[in-house]
Design a protein around this ligand. Structure first.
Ligand SMILES: *[C@@H]1O[C@H](CO)[C@@H](O)[C@H](O)[C@H]1NC(C)=O
Ligand SMILES: *[C@@H]1O[C@H](CO)[C@@H](O)[C@H](O)[C@H]1NC(C)=O
Ligand SMILES: *[C@@H]1O[C@H](CO)[C@@H](O)[C@H](O)[C@H]1NC(C)=O
Length: 396
């Protein structure tokens, strides 16, 4: 009996110790769990912080991207510069072209302005941009509709020339075999744009007929004629549906084409006293006006451009000049007028006008605009040079 009691009490003693151990073990475990919980919480907080920093970064990026787009719409060059500097756009032709072609919310006038720049990179971007257009399976009118909708053609003849050249090259690559030369495609594209104006502009009374359209385009395929049914299809397509251009402000492209207006600071050489004066020049309505200040209401002088010619000249210290002269009566005064300091309007005293720009490109742009204003039709020259080239080819 005693034994049993002892054994029982020993057992109880052992059990107690075991219980004690278990208790301690439990406490350590609980402590460990607590520590782990804390650690997990810390890690979670870190993750959370990291995530929101990431979210912030993304939001920040989106904000800068949209502000870059806004800048682009106001000043395309500045906008692109901003996007590139903020690493939101890669300064390579393809990604920039893709941005211009696909990004929503860009002003198409701004796109046209950017694509028209003469810098080497812009030329590469223009090519990449045109190459993003897929013209396979499209006739020339459909392709032009697509192309002319992707941006607004800028106003200057040389820019339009480059863009239409790029278009014609791309079209001939997409659809080989229709035209013998890109010039053919270029000439026909202009003919189509002019046809659009003729048929749809209410101010044009003399509507081009199909027969005239066909005869206008005789021989442009390296000396041979394009198939009548091809021309008929294009004609009908335009007749049934006018060309749409973005930002159409009522002035169709023909107006854009024939709108050589320009203004800016230039230096003008005096007629009698040979000094250079800085003047604000405005070219409009086939006249060149110059002002002392941009805010002046009355010009200091007016030079009607009728019968005048313009050419490049240069002086030792003024390399970027242009000269207005009358080719038919050299040595005679050019008909023009100027306001004397006392307010009297007198006849000009120039046999020729020498005007100086700050840079070669600026001079060229002025010469081009003045020439366009004088001839009224800068595209006549551009197209007619190509026409001569392809019409005099002997047919294959
Ligand atoms: C795009 O820019 C042109 C020229 O700055 C402006 O006349 C035109 O209203 C703008 N278009 C839109 C949709 O903002
Ligand atoms: C057509 O003429 C252009 C030059 O005007 C030339 O480059 C082209 O090779 C000619 N095409 C063919 C098929 O002869
Ligand atoms: C086509 O003509 C219409 C009507 O004159 C004009 O609104 C549109 O801008 C023209 N399209 C082109 C590409 O000239």
């Amino acid at each position: 009996m005693m034994v049993v009691v002892v054994v029982f009490s020993d057992f109880a003693e052992e059990e107690k110790m075991e219980l004690e151990r278990l208790k301690m073990h439990k406490e350590t475990l609980l402590e460990d769990i607590e520590k782990l919980k804390n650690q997990i919480e810390n890690v979670m907080a870190d993750i959370q912080g990291f995530k929101s920093a990431e979210d912030n970064k993304i939001q920040e990026r989106e904000k800068r991207f949209s502000s870059g787009k806004k800048k682009f719409n106001m000043d395309p060059k500045k906008g692109v510069k901003y996007l590139v500097e903020n690493e939101l756009l890669d300064w390579k032709a393809e990604p920039v072209a893709e941005f211009l072609y696909k990004e929503e919310g860009l002003n198409k006038t701004a796109i046209g302005e950017f694509l028209g720049e003469r810098e080497e990179m812009n030329l590469l971007i223009l090519k990449a941009f045109v190459d993003l257009h897929e013209f396979s399976h499209l006739n020339l009118v459909q392709a032009l509709r697509q192309f002319l909708w992707s941006f607004r053609l800028p106003g200057e003849a040389q820019k339009i020339d480059r863009m239409m050249e790029a278009f014609a090259t791309r079209y001939c690559n997409c659809i080989p075999g229709v035209f013998q030369s890109t010039d053919t495609c270029y000439i026909l594209s202009f003919a189509i744009i002019m046809l659009n104006t003729s048929l749809h502009n209410p101010n044009v009374k003399d509507k081009t007929t199909l027969e005239r359209f066909i005869s206008m385009n005789r021989g442009i395929n390296n000396g041979s004629d394009l198939p009548d049914d091809l021309l008929t299809n294009l004609y009908n397509s335009i007749r049934n549906e006018p060309f749409k251009i973005p930002e159409d402000d009522g002035n169709d492209l023909t107006h854009t084409f024939f709108n050589p207006d320009r203004e800016g600071w230039l230096l003008k050489l005096g007629g009698r006293v040979k000094t250079w004066k800085r003047r604000w020049f405005i070219l409009t309505d086939n006249c060149l006006y110059y002002f002392e200040y941009t805010t002046d209401k009355e010009p200091r002088g007016i030079i009607p451009l009728e019968n005048l010619c313009v050419r490049e000249v240069s002086f030792p210290r003024k390399p970027y000049c242009l000269e207005l002269y009358n080719p038919n009566s050299r040595g005679q005064r050019i008909k023009a007028c100027k306001t004397e300091t006392d307010g009297r309007v007198v006849e000009g005293k120039h046999q020729s006008y020498t005007i100086c720009a700050a840079a070669a490109e600026e001079r060229d742009d002025w010469i081009e605009s003045i020439r366009a204003s004088i001839t009224k039709d800068p595209f006549y020259d551009l197209v007619s040079i190509r026409k001569k080239k392809v019409i005099n080819k002997t047919p294959e």
